[in-house]
Design a protein around this ligand. Structure first.
Ligand code: NAG
Ligand code: NAG
Ligand code: NAG
Length: 304
């Protein structure tokens, strides 16, 4: 003979106790644990009010073949200079020295993105001239694609001076991204896709290093060449050029962006629900093992 459910209904069982009993105390403690512990967990995991996040990306960097070089040849303010901007070179007159420049960009891991720049610059000096300092500006195009698309032009600035005249300056370091503001997590960002050095200008003020760097540092997104240990070599032969060798690496960057508010809220709700339900399970199993006559409103599905 086959059986089937004719009718079913839930049954409510109430467990009663007085106010000042161990069972009441136990109920209050369990109630507190149910609501407070998930809050603590969410708060301590730094996830409840998460507003910022970060991701990693190797930028697409290309050298723009724009160079500006200044070298002091005495302690009295004499200098020689050169740049890739004809207007600036025209302003220099007798201080202009044309160096021999060789540049090579390398993609070491063959991932289609350049990893470093090697630059060698031999600046000819007259036998009576000495090099006391060197200032070198290099311009790069810098692009990010993973979240928002960022296209911008950036700088690497190298500067070194010494009281002893040198024959060679060697710098090796990373081109690091500096963010004042988190980047938007999507969209196209081309505010800074403008030349850092205005090579079209015929005025000397356009090539003043202090104003170029000053304007550049106003930006919220820049790169900085971090070279902790420049090496200055002394003892130049009378007719030898002053040499500058630079290795600029383009490392993987950690980029900050504002975190989408809806994602953490949903996540946190899930965490709360999970923790609440596991707390309730604990409460139920405690109920089963407790001998306190613990009361609870339980709906037991009555199925005969
Ligand atoms: C950035 O500027 C360069 C020239 O300055 C231009 O060729 C290029 O299309 C620009 N890129 C974007 C995405 O605006
Ligand atoms: C740079 O950041 C400031 C806030 O810190 C903002 O007011 C300004 O609009 C930002 N500039 C650009 C070009 O995004
Ligand atoms: C609570 O305990 C009582 C008696 O020990 C038991 O009948 C009841 O099913 C338990 N409740 C739950 C939800 O486990």
């Amino acid at each position: 003979m086959a059986f089937y459910d004719v009718y079913s209904h839930p049954a409510l069982i109430r467990y009663r106790t007085g106010v000042c009993t161990k069972a009441t105390l136990f109920a209050v403690v369990v109630l507190c644990l149910t609501y407070i512990s998930p809050l603590l967990v969410a708060y301590r995991s730094q996830g409840f009010w998460l507003k910022r996040s970060a991701y990693e990306e190797q930028p697409t960097v290309r050298f723009q073949y724009q160079i500006l070089l200044l070298a002091a040849t005495s302690g009295r303010g004499d200098y020689v200079a050169w740049s890739t901007f004809p207007n600036f070179n025209r302003l220099l007159g007798s201080s202009l020295r044309i160096p021999v420049v060789s540049v090579r960009e390398e993609d070491r891991n063959q991932d289609g993105k350049m990893d470093r720049l090697d630059l060698q610059l031999d600046l000819p000096l007259k036998p009576e001239e000495e090099a006391y300092s060197a200032q070198l500006l290099l311009a790069f195009s810098y692009q990010l694609f993973r979240m928002s698309t960022v296209v911008m032009q950036t700088l690497a600035f190298v500067q070194h001076s010494s009281s002893v005249p040198g024959s060679r300056l060697f710098v090796s370091g990373d081109l690091r991204l500096q963010q004042r503001e988190p980047l938007p997590h999507r969209g196209l960002h081309t505010v800074y896709n403008i030349s850092v050095i205005d090579g079209g200008s015929p005025f000397a003020s356009a090539y003043d290093l202090a104003s170029i760097i000053g304007a550049y540092q106003q930006r919220n997104l820049t790169t900085v060449f971090s070279c902790p240990s420049p090496v200055w070599t002394v003892g130049r032969a009378a007719n030898a050029p002053f040499q500058i060798r630079a290795e600029v690496r383009y490392p993987v960057e950690t980029i900050r962006y504002p975190f989408n508010i809806y994602v953490p809220m949903v996540l946190n709700k899930c965490v709360c629900v999970c923790v609440c339900s596991s707390a309730q399970e604990v409460q139920h199993s405690l109920n089963q093992t407790s001998t306190l006559g613990y009361y609870t409103h339980v709906q037991v599905l009555w199925n005969k």
